[in-house]
Write a protein that binds this ligand. Structure first.
Ligand SMILES: *Cc1c(COP(=O)(O)O)cnc(C)c1O
Length: 236
């Protein structure tokens, strides 16, 4: 068995165990394999092992890999999720090549994605990124500005608002990891009670997936635990 296949199995086991411990159905947690900086061969290996949803952070790198895979394996139906910070000059390619975007945090970016989503594709699935740990350096809408952004995005014709996403400040203590995830869960439930039809809470990475699942994540975004360490090029 290849290393990636083995790692995928162990991540699936970790997620299922965390779900069961939280009295949740393991099938209620989706696994997004984060393949940024990883080669096409690694993505194809994961796809052979049954993984179909992949997350990418850098538009140019992602489009190159998506096109290469379409050419090499037109039979594969993969789902592509954009999870990185979005500059406005990248929205067209993102709207054309991706199925999901997890990192929308401004109305202007959402509007461009809606306007640029091609008519022959279904609406682009959107999660709004929340700066849940209140870090100055982090992307994400501030919790107190979330309701206004939800209102704006849910009215955009070529977008389908699916839920929320967060990258909390890293913590090694599992109990401390749960706090921001719990705060996200509260925001998510509050929006659902207000009548928004949301089904996706995107949170949890290699080092905190169990805590995220305990607090209600419906999608965990896992890179290192599946593909190993990332090797960034000298410059990007
Ligand atoms: C890189 C990245 C991940 C995956 O992180 P790992 O710690 O490697 O699992 C998840 N989400 C986002 C937004 C990322 O940029």
């Amino acid at each position: 068995m290849s290393a990636i296949t083995e790692h995928l199995q162990s991540v699936r086991t970790r997620v299922s165990q965390a779900a069961r411990q939280a009295q949740r159905d393991p099938s209620s947690v989706n696994l997004l394999a984060v393949s940024k900086t990883q080669p096409v061969s690694a993505i194809l290996e994961a796809a052979e092992a049954g993984q179909s949803a992949f997350g990418e952070n850098y538009e140019q790198e992602a489009v190159r890999k998506i096109l290469a895979i379409r050419q090499e394996r037109p039979d594969l139906k993969l789902e592509w999720h954009f999870i990185g910070p979005i500059q406005s000059n990248k929205t067209r390619a993102i709207a054309e090549y991706f199925d999901w975007v997890h990192s929308v945090d401004r109305e202007r970016i959402a509007r461009r994605l809606s306007e640029q989503r091609p008519d022959d594709l279904p609406p682009l699935n959107i999660c709004l990124q929340v700066n849940i740990s209140g870090e100055d350096s982090k992307s994400g809408v501030r919790p107190e500005e979330l309701a206004a952004l939800v209102r704006a995005v849910s009215g955009m014709p070529r977008l389908k608002l699916r839920g929320l996403m967060a990258i909390p400040e890293p913590q090694s203590d599992p109990e401390k990891q749960r706090q921001p995830f719990n705060a996200m869960k509260m925001l998510f439930e509050q929006l659902k009670r207000a009548g928004y039809d949301l089904d996706t809470l995107s949170m949890g990475m290699s080092d905190d997936m169990e805590a995220a699942v305990q607090e209600g994540a419906t999608t965990v975004r896992i890179g290192t635990a599946i593909f190993g360490q990332r090797h960034y090029p000298e410059k990007r």
